[in-house]
Design a protein around this ligand. Structure first.
Ligand code: ZN
Ligand code: ZN
Length: 146
């Protein structure tokens, strides 16, 4: 695990150990531009803590509040930087389709550029694929109020 964390590119970004420009940083998350943007604006919000994938999130208040916070940060950033976008989208890749094994929220101000890129971010129903942040929040919503 130690080795996995130290070689994780997103852990390095979270610790400001790279030249990546951070758009946001607080005690729980950082945000930055996707290295290979697929839309007019395409940002990633990641937890500072190394959480590999959505499969490692559980139905508990700690995880629910983290994902809610990630979504809030992402919404603020894309709305600030693309106030006239027709649509925004927020979501996660589910394994095995995720590229980096460090949880990251994709935040888009649409349209996708080029348009075919949207295929990468579509739900594959029961097979997984891309999950909208709202759906994930429903899934990990704690049974008892926060
Ligand atoms: Zn990591
Ligand atoms: Zn991804």
């Amino acid at each position: 695990m130690e080795g996995a964390v130290s070689s994780c590119i997103f852990c390095q970004i979270a610790r400001s150990a790279t030249s990546t420009t951070l758009l946001h940083k607080d005690d729980r998350v950082v945000a930055f531009q996707d290295i290979n943007p697929s839309a007019f604006r395409h940002y990633l919000v990641i937890p500072i803590e190394h959480i590999p994938t959505v499969k490692d999130l559980q139905q508990r208040s700690k995880d629910f509040s983290l994902v809610s916070h990630m979504l809030n940060v992402g919404q603020n950033l894309v709305q600030r930087d693309a106030p006239h976008a027709k649509r925004y989208r927020f979501g996660f890749h589910q394994p095995p389709l995720n590229s980096v094994n460090h949880l990251h929220l994709h935040c888009f101000a649409l349209p996708f550029i080029p348009r075919w890129k949207r295929v990468k971010y579509s739900s594959l129903g029961p097979f997984g694929g891309f999950i909208e942040a709202d759906k994930l929040l429903e899934r990990i919503k704690p049974l008892y109020p926060l």
